[in-house]
Design a protein. Sequence first.
Length: 82
Amino acid sequence: MREEVSRQPLWERAQCLLMRALTAAGDAGGALAVYRAAREALTGEPGVPPSEEMEQLRARPPLPVVGSRTPAPRRKQFGKIS
C-alpha cells in the first residue's frame, strides 16, 4: 500500500487510509511520516493545505496495539459470586 500511495502523492484519500492503517498497526511514526510527505506534496505545486480529515488523523493519539503489553483498565468488582 505504501508503494502505491507514494506513486500518487496528491491522492489525499489514499494518504489518509494509509495513515489509519499504520496507526492501527501501532506505527504512529510511520503515519506521521505519511502526513508530512502528503503535506509537503499538497502545499508544494498545487498550493493547498491538507484536508480537515488528514489534520484530524495527525492530531489523533495513536491507538493501542492489540497484543501490546499495556494492561487493560481494571473493572470494579461489585461482589463475588459463590
